[in-house]
Design a protein around this ligand. Structure first.
Ligand code: PMV
Length: 310
């Protein structure tokens, strides 16, 4: 029996603009994990059990757009194995599904890690990331690659197309409150809407992306220098730009407003937007009061975590 696991993730700054070649910053959520156990059964066929979505199926009969089947097939191909004595893959995850915390990429990464361990064939983080990226396309259409990269490396990164991921050092760890709006908003849809806007008015969108890029640069400097008190205002600024890109929503703004009234230092949506998560930098505010305010404002779930380097 072998086990593979992978962390969730959250985007701190730069979502959407990252699809257009600008940088973004993302961090792993190491306390929230997906785990996969691989067992040899001695019987023919590979069975995948996905507890969280209540599914068990035979790999051979799964359609090609099934993400769990796709990553399993791609990994077996990469490892150049075709197991004849049968396998079972047991998947479980603490990462809430479809809410911008990287659950899909983390489950895929855990599958790759568990299988490569099972067949004694270690893969580099780059190989893991490349395999998972192919499956992310099934979920997201045109993903930037940020999710699979931060999850495969499992450390805070600056991600930028063409430049490769760069680890970033978080000089002073900080607390982050992640509030789920309760609204599942497919990233594929918001990414598509931003694309339509960009096609209609490329000049305006390119300018907005450039402004996001400047916020990302400033945020990276703040994180690396430990100038944490700048993070709240930088989140607010990034949020203003996301709103102009058309990916905020009433639910997001009401969580942000109540968090601010409870003393939070700043906040923004994280990921695709419209629904999904709001991240709140508590700053000088009292964490418990901010959490209570977020729940009173209708947050479906609130997670508080520490963000630190590796
Ligand atoms: O919804 P998430 O957390 O998977 O993030 C999407 C981030 C986008 O920049 C909107 C899209 C992407 O592929 O980078």
């Amino acid at each position: 029996m072998t086990i593979g696991s992978a962390a969730g993730k959250i985007i701190l700054f730069g979502e959407h603009a990252v699809v257009y070649g600008r940088p973004a910053l993302a961090v792993p959520l190491t306390d929230l994990r997906a785990r996969v156990r691989v067992e040899t059964t001695g019987q023919n066929g590979i069975i995948i059990h996905a507890k969280d979505i209540g599914e068990s199926f035979l790999l051979a009969t799964a359609p090609s757009d099934n993400g769990l089947a796709a990553i399993t097939r791609a990994t077996l191909r990469e490892l150049a194995v075709s197991p004849s004595d049968g396998l079972e893959l047991w998947i479980e995850s603490d990462i809430p599904l479809a809410s911008g915390l990287g659950s899909g990429a983390a489950v895929s990464t855990a599958i790759v890690r568990a299988l490569s361990e099972h067949f004694h064939n270690p893969l580099s983080p780059e190989q893991v990331s490349a395999l998972v990226f192919e499956t992310e396309k099934l979920y997201h259409g045109t993903p930037s690659g940020i999710d699979n990269t931060v999850i495969a490396l499992e450390r805070p990164i600056r991600f930028e197309h063409g430049a490769g991921p760069r680890p970033i050092q978080i000089a002073r760890p900080f607390r982050l409150i992640i509030a789920y709006t309760g609204i599942a908003s497919p990233t594929r849809v918001t990414v598509g809407d931003v694309r339509q806007g960009w096609e209609r008015d490329p000049k305006r969108y390119e300018e907005l992306f450039d402004q996001v890029a400047r916020v990302v640069e400033q945020s990276q400097v703040a994180l690396e220098r430990g100038a944490n008190k700048e993070l709240g205002p930088l989140m607010n600024r990034n949020q203003e730009l996301l709103e102009k890109l058309g990916v905020s929503s009433v639910a997001i703004e009401s969580l942000r407003r109540l968090a601010k009234q409870a003393g939070a230092g700043g906040s923004k949506l994280s990921g695709g937007g419209r629904g999904g998560n709001v991240i709140v930098y508590p700053g000088e505010g009292n964490e418990d009061e901010i959490e209570d305010a977020l729940i009173a404002a209708g947050a479906a779930r609130v997670i508080t975590t520490s963000i630190k380097s590796a």
